[in-house]
Design a protein around this ligand. Sequence first.
Ligand code: TYD
Length: 138
Amino acid sequence: MSGLVLCSRLIDIHELGDERGMLAVIESNINVPFETKRIFYIYGTAEGVRRGFHAHRKTRQALVCVSGTCKVFLDNIERKTDVTLDSPTKVLILEPNDWHEMYDFSPNCVLLVLASHLYDPEDYIRDYHQFLEVYGSE
Ligand code: TYD
């Protein structure tokens, strides 16, 4: 990548609810800024586990805890932050250059992830030194 440094951001999506319960909607290119090609979810995470430890070359992602809570450590070289996902209406947009690690999963956590690309192991940067090489000079 070159030029623009892309930054992660938290989006609050509207909660639609009535006496029957709640409903939240994520629509590609409307409240998440990409076309969703893949959906996966992380659940049943063992206590104390930290996972992720990678960035991407192309893939953008939207993360939301549809149940329970977890935290996400983010590093885009310019900035290191920790974000708490504790609501089904709080969506974290990750750019390809966001090194991310997820941790502090509650036992009931279901972390839903929408991704802009199909799964491709070549799109992953799992080595932190390589991450610095790829994104460090922007
Ligand atoms: P992994 O990338 O290790 O998870 P995390 O980064 O959250 O620690 O993924 C676990 C396994 O699932 C690994 O073998 C790759 C595989 N996988 C797919 O086959 N397709 C996918 O869309 C994802 C996200 C993972």
